[in-house]
Ligand binder design. Structure first.
Ligand SMILES: Nc1ncnc2c1ncn2[C@@H]1O[C@H](COP(=O)(O)OP(=O)(O)OP(=O)(O)O)[C@@H](O)[C@H]1O
Ligand SMILES: [Mg+2]
Length: 233
């Protein structure tokens, strides 16, 4: 029901084709890794999915609808694109309160999501003092505010230390186990190998391979599989 679909998505910027005829999907109950090197087109595709960039052609759908056709987006799709959008002079709690007020979400959800991302002990602190890892967690809290069935995360592991990365892995697994659709981008193939069920690998905007982690790696490491596919292509 809450499947994410890229259907022939193309996004061009002048002379750069950032996303080139992408066909791929992410399914409920699974963590799908959206992988590829720097500049592969991951963020551009996710921005199109979330209605933040207009595709040149093709489409991207969530539960069969474009993002713009979703009546209550925060309640259906949680997104983490970057963690710089907080007002530093407000506390974590106050930042979330603004978002709740704007989207009709009950304030009682604030404490719940701050506990989920383990920021409960710093909820009264101004976010200008937050580390990058704390900001990433706060972004995850924002994404969870509306208790959405779909989560779209662009490089959520950025800035997390090894303990944070292990925490994120379990966090995403719990969300998927609740039946949610999790689409998570990363350029760190080695790390994602232990996190995801399915992979979509792109390079220069084009699909390199998609499938379950077992289908794609065939017993090798994800890095090795990627190198073979790209160099062999
Ligand atoms: N607003 C823009 N204007 C012009 N070119 C852009 C714009 N956004 C992205 N690009 C270009 O599109 C290509 C894909 O960029 P994108 O940010 O989607 O890659 P990415 O896979 O997210 O990379 P990274 O792993 O570094 O985050 C790059 O060549 C980039 O320079
Ligand atoms: Mg990116």
């Amino acid at each position: 029901m809450s499947t994410i679909e890229f259907k022939g998505l193309v996004k061009k910027y002048r002379d750069v084709t950032a996303v080139d005829d992408l066909w791929a999907e992410a399914k409920p109950g699974r963590i799908t890794g959206f992988l590829g090197p720097n500049g592969a087109g991951k963020s551009t595709a996710l921005r199109c999915l979330l209605g933040l960039a207009n595709p040149t052609s093709g489409e991207s759908l969530i539960g069969g609808r474009p993002y713009s056709g979703i009546a209550h987006p925060l309640q259906e799709v949680g997104a983490v694109l970057d963690s710089s959008g907080f007002n530093g002079s407000l506390t974590a709690r106050q930042n979330l309160k603004i978002i709740c007020a704007a989207s009709g979400i009950d304030y009682k959800r604030i404490n719940e999501v701050l506990e989920l991302v383990e920021l409960g002990n710093v909820k009264g602190k101004r976010t200008k003092g937050f580390s990058l890892g704390m900001r990433q967690r706060l972004s995850l809290a924002v994404a969870l505010l509306g208790d959405p069935q779909v989560m779209v995360l662009d490089e959520p592991a950025n800035g997390l230390d090894p303990l944070g990365i292990v925490w994120l892995r379990k966090f995403l697994r719990d969300l998927a186990d609740q039946g949610r659709t999790i689409l998570v981008s990363s350029h760190q193939l080695a790390e994602m190998q232990h996190t995801v069920d399915d992979v979509i690998i792109i390079n220069h905007g084009k699909l390199v391979v998609k499938g379950t982690i077992a289908e794609v790696t065939k017993g090798k490491s994800l890095e090795e599989a990627f190198m073979n596919l790209v160099v062999g292509a």
